[in-house]
Design a protein around this ligand. Structure first.
Ligand SMILES: [Zn+2]
Length: 422
């Protein structure tokens, strides 16, 4: 039996109860939390290891529900001008010109930055397929979604055959570990053919363990393609795949529903352009939406319809997207951007978008995102500035945190420890 570790902290924000625990403790055994409470109620035994974090807010490790570590080094290098379709083409060209060693450097940089900013779980969309061994070894909890795009490919069947051969090899070699899982990400409903969507959907019937995510209804150009069969995306598809069945008078969400994809979809990313019918479909299929405030601002999107989603009980999580369309992999910054755009939403609710909600979306609602007995020990600590802390606004204080965290633990293992008092 592994030795028990006790963490002491000035405040523990469990995300399980409305008020923080003042002068609290967490007992950890192996990868699990086994006890949480107030320091004065703890019966100390000499065999226990103690780590006193002192003037610290201890909270669940943050979950980034959407990022692309491949593109960390693209920061500031893909200008947005001339519309979203052009930006996507620039990204595709840059990706093709990037060698594996550069992707690896980019991913390592992204892992380091994420960890420093308190992220303990990453959902990474992998185009290069280089992130899975790196994330697997990183000690971060990771969900790697392999990306599929067959736009510009003459045969969906041939594309899928090649993808599947690589994928089967990967599934054999990269079996799930306690901190690593694989998933699939058809890129968007307009860069993946209907035929490929169908082939992947059938494959998933025998691979229920694979999670799925898709970028949906991100831009006006995408909506124009589905609703009117017009616009820059439509023109591009006409050139690249003239034989594709082009949809009409539908929406990206309704199109995916008609393709039979919504019941299998776990994370729907962006959903900026949605109407009431779309929202009803998302709610009915229990799709978790991922919103990326930094990327949203980069592309100057219209208002994100959070209150409508909340009315439909659609859970929203936050992600950073890639640094090709964002400045930082800090989820603290994403929370602040969300708060600025939605000032009536409480700090506690915003914090749940990077803890409780993404944990539930990933099927880990009973294991991650909260500090309570039986849950995995993924924790972070934030230093409290000197002076009296106002415990009634602790979540607000968390959102106002800048810079690296002072403590980080994934699966019961310390990853980062600064300014310890003991
Ligand atoms: Zn993305």
């Amino acid at each position: 039996m592994s030795q028990r570790l006790i963490l002491f902290a000035k405040y523990i924000l469990t995300m399980d109860r409305p008020k923080p625990i003042e002068d609290g403790f967490v007992v950890i055994q192996g990868s699990r939390i086994i006890q949480v409470g107030k320091r004065k109620d703890l019966y100390l035994r000499p065999s226990l290891r103690i780590l006193d974090l002192g003037e610290t807010i201890l909270l669940p490790g943050l979950i980034n529900a959407h990022c692309h570590l491949d593109y960390t080094s693209f920061k500031g290098r893909v200008r947005y001008a001339g519309g979203f379709r052009k930006w996507l083409s620039k990204m595709a060209m840059k990706t093709r010109a990037t060698i594996p060693a550069e992707f690896k450097r980019s991913i390592q940089k992204g892992i380091k930055e994420s960890l420093a900013y308190g992220t303990t779980t990453l959902c990474d969309i992998s185009t290069s397929w280089e992130s899975y061994p790196l994330l697997r070894q990183s000690g971060l909890r990771a969900f790697v979604f392999l990306e599929l795009i067959d736009l510009g490919n003459p045969s969906a069947r041939d594309y899928w055959k090649g993808f599947q051969e690589k994928l089967r090899g990967l599934i054999r070699s990269a079996t799930p570990t306690p901190t690593f899982r694989l998933g699939l990400s058809p890129h968007t409903p307009f860069t993946v053919s209907k035929e490929l969507l169908q082939l992947v959907r059938v494959f998933l019937q025998d691979h229920q363990e694979l999670l799925t995510t898709i970028h949906i209804a991100e831009s006006r150009e995408e909506t124009d393609y589905f609703r009117k069969g017009k616009g820059s995306i439509t023109e591009r598809i006409k050139i690249l795949n003239p034989d594709w069945n082009r949809p009409r008078k539908t929406s990206p969400v309704q199109y995916l529903n008609d393709c039979g994809w919504l019941p299998k979809l776990d994370l729907g990313v962006h959903l900026n352009e949605v109407d009431e019918k779309d929202l009803r479909l998302l709610a009915k299929n229990r799709i978790a939406v991922v919103h990326c405030p930094g990327s949203h601002a980069f592309f100057k999107r219209g208002p994100f319809r959070y209150s409508r989603m909340r009315r439909h009980h659609i859970p929203v999580s936050l992600g950073t997207d890639s640094l090709a369309s964002n400045q930082s992999l800090s989820l603290f910054r994403e929370m602040r951007l969300f708060q600025k755009a939605h000032p009536t939403v409480s700090a506690q609710e915003i914090l749940s978008m990077v803890t409780v909600r993404p944990a539930q979306a990933l099927g880990f609602g009973d294991k991650l995102g909260q500090i309570k007995p039986g849950y995995l020990a993924d924790l972070i600590g934030l230093p409290l500035p000197p002076g009296k802390a106002d415990s009634s606004d602790l979540a607000g204080r968390v959102l106002r945190h800048y810079g690296p965290v002072s403590f980080s633990m994934v699966n019961g293992e310390s990853k980062l420890r600064l300014s310890l008092t003991k």
